[in-house]
Design a protein around this ligand. Structure first.
Ligand code: SF4
Length: 68
């Protein structure tokens, strides 16, 4: 498991945003701030989604929006 900090994808509302089947898993990651080492998800940010950008929980960008 890897630790996720504020500003990183694992705590961003856009991380896996358009994968409904992933939402329960993502909610657990946001609470625990921990994610598996091999995890990747598509970024749903409008500027990235057309590119199908895939990121890890510890990636990040200036489009970060804290998930609720
Ligand atoms: S790449 Fe940026 S917008 Fe996409 S999930 Fe990560 S922090 Fe959020």
């Amino acid at each position: 498991m890897q630790q996720i900090k504020t500003g990183q994808c694992g705590l961003c509302a856009h991380f896996g945003e358009h994968q409904p089947q992933e939402q329960q898993k993502l909610a657990q990651i946001r609470v625990s701030k921990k994610a598996p080492e091999n995890m990747v998800e598509q970024c749903g940010h409008p500027k990235h989604s057309a590119l199908h950008l895939v990121v890890t929980p510890i990636s990040g960008c200036e489009g970060f929006m804290a998930a609720r």
